[in-house]
Ligand binder design. Structure first.
Ligand SMILES: [Zn+2]
Length: 91
């Protein structure tokens, strides 16, 4: 069996297959974006595709810490849309 790459969600700290998580990246330009392709440059953190984990991450500032930068409201909105869209790659 092929080994599935696992990553940890910053909110619930569960290990999950990379594909089930959203990669959140701080780009070299200092923007925080959801990386649907998983190939963007920059510092990354992983989050479940769930509203609950996003809310928890915001509450405990897990993404801010992982990315070493506070999330802007625009970044939070973009993440909510990705989660609500369930894998919409239009971002
Ligand atoms: Zn999670």
């Amino acid at each position: 069996m092929k080994k599935v790459p696992m990553r940890m969600c910053v909110a619930c700290r569960e290990m999950k297959p990379k594909k089930e998580l959203i990669r959140v990246v701080r780009t070299p330009e200092g923007e925080i974006v959801a990386d649907e392709t998983g190939r963007k440059n920059g510092r990354g953190a992983y989050l479940c595709r769930s509203e609950a984990c996003l809310n928890k991450a915001l509450k405990i500032r897990a993404l801010d810490r992982a990315l070493e930068q506070p999330l802007s409201e625009a970044a939070v909105d973009a993440l909510r849309q990705v989660i609500a869209g369930g894998g919409n790659e239009a971002l």
